[in-house]
Design a protein around this ligand. Structure first.
Ligand code: 2PG
Ligand code: MG
Length: 428
């Protein structure tokens, strides 16, 4: 973990954990802190479903409750060992707390304390440092990461498939990105209007559709092209222009979930070799206004990543999510090998806020861009909204423009814009 500049010391009087429900109705960890001056703050851990093999490890109880997904062990770690470590002394820097957490855990993956406990503690600590410095969280993050603040292009996940939905669509996420909007407020309005137009089209064509975990619709579609046609129609119906510099499309196929091994994939009932999958993606990119492709290949199919990067030759943003798991070392390696030109940033994949800052710095130093991301299991915590503005990376995905846990982030972005109308909007 790299160094950050010294700030006013923070003293925690109390640190406690609690089990709360996430957006899927499974337990997750909430952490409450009280500072010596009596100020209280709170943070909660999100939870993924399509997780990368190398992510920091959540601690689950594996008992009878909640299908084994209880978090009482993780909460007990916050109330016990972690509170003992953090309370009753003063801390100069967040990185000191985060390093101490890594040391206390001792596993290198937070498997012992639980990454779900650690990330919530680290986020609450970040809030404490911002508060003590008298700064808004996004401003404090800008200072810590030495960034120019920017309001990001939201990538609204409006059609869901893969492991996030019960339909037959193999690709996990079909997103719309109002790249050409003038402001965050306008971007949010654009996303919501297209979402409503899409609801109408789906009602007309399919009668009804379920929802996926991220609030996007999950109609009974199998063919990714049908989903893309729906998106283009919805964008036009809502009165916007489907174009990479206006309302663009972004995909997260999350290819781990349809990887057969040995460079082979199954999409829409068809089997593809890695070169055929490259051609398939290039064909989609040529036919639709797609600006971004995340996890188009499985995390351990590095030849697939290389083939795609070579063939795309910078014409599209290629985002590594499961590939990098927000790990600075993996990002560095990806940059050296040229696997992708972009990195997905999820604090709970790596475990602490300081390591997340490192991941962003590493990507930036390597000339890669970043997109900050929620998880499919979320809470009302809005940390990632401040993270994306403060780090100035210019892109976020937080699901559909509907459902409380998703709009909490978008509403926080427009709140920041209301308070700071001078901040620029758009891609970095
Ligand atoms: C992803 C994420 C978030 P999950 O694959 O990018 O959209 O899904 O949180 O299930 O890993
Ligand atoms: Mg992903």
């Amino acid at each position: 973990m790299s160094d950050t500049t010294a700030r006013v010391p923070v003293q925690f009087a109390q640190l406690t954990g609690r089990s709360i429900l996430d957006s899927r109705g499974y337990p997750t960890v909430e952490v409450r802190a009280m500072l010596e001056d009596g100020t209280r703050m709170i943070a909660a851990a999100p939870a993924g479903a399509s997780t990368g093999e190398h992510e920091a490890v959540e601690r689950r109880d594996h008992g009878r409750a909640y299908d084994g997904r209880g978090v009482h062990g993780a909460v007990a770690a916050v109330d016990g060992e972690i509170a003992d470590l953090i309370t009753g002394r003063s801390w100069d820097r967040l990185v000191d707390i985060d390093s101490a957490l890594a040391g206390l855990d001792g596993t290198g993956s937070y498997a012992r304390l639980g990454a779900n406990a650690v990330v919530a503690v680290s986020i609450v600590a970040a809030r404490a440092f911002a508060h003590t410095a008298g700064a808004q969280l996004h401003q404090w993050i800008a200072e810590q990461t030495n960034s120019a603040q920017r309001l990001p292009v939201p990538h609204f996940n409006v059609l869901n498939g893969g492991v996030h939905a019960a339909n037959a669509l193999d690709f996990q996420e079909f997103m719309i990105a109002p790249v050409g909007a003038a402001t965050e407020e306008h971007a949010v309005q654009t996303g919501a209007e297209i979402y409503h137009a899409l609801a109408g089209l789906i009602r007309e064509r399919f009668g009804s559709a379920g929802l996926g975990d991220e609030g996007g619709f999950a109609p009974q579609i199998e063919d990714p092209r049908m989903a893309l046609d729906l998106l283009v129609d919805a964008i036009t119906t809502a009165g916007y222009t489907p174009r990479v510099d206006q309302v663009a499309i972004a995909l997260d196929p999350a290819a781990n979930s349809f990887y057969l091994g040995d460079g082979r994939y199954r999409v829409n009932g068809l089997e593809f070799g890695r070169d055929q999958l490259v051609d398939y993606y290039l064909d989609l990119i040529g036919s639709y206004p797609i600006r971004s492709l995340e996890d188009g290949f499985a995390e351990d199919d590095l030849d697939g990543w290389t083939a795609m990067a070579t063939a795309a030759d910078g014409r599209v943003q290629l985002v590594g999510d499961d590939l990098y798991v927000t790990d600075p070392a993996r990002i560095r390696d990806g940059a050296e090998h040229g696997y992708s030109n972009a990195v997905l940033i999820k604090p709970n994949q790596i475990g602490t806020v300081s390591q997340t800052f490192d991941a962003i710095r590493t990507a930036r130093d390597a000339g890669m861009v970043c997109m900050v991301s929620h998880r499919s299991g979320e809470t009302a915590d809005t940390f990632i909204a401040d993270l994306v503005v403060g780090s100035g990376v210019g892109q976020i995905k937080s699901g559909a423009p509907a459902r409380g846990e998703r709009v909490a982030k978008y509403n926080r972005l427009t709140e920041i814009e209301t308070d700071h109308p001078d901040l620029p909007y758009g891609l970095a």
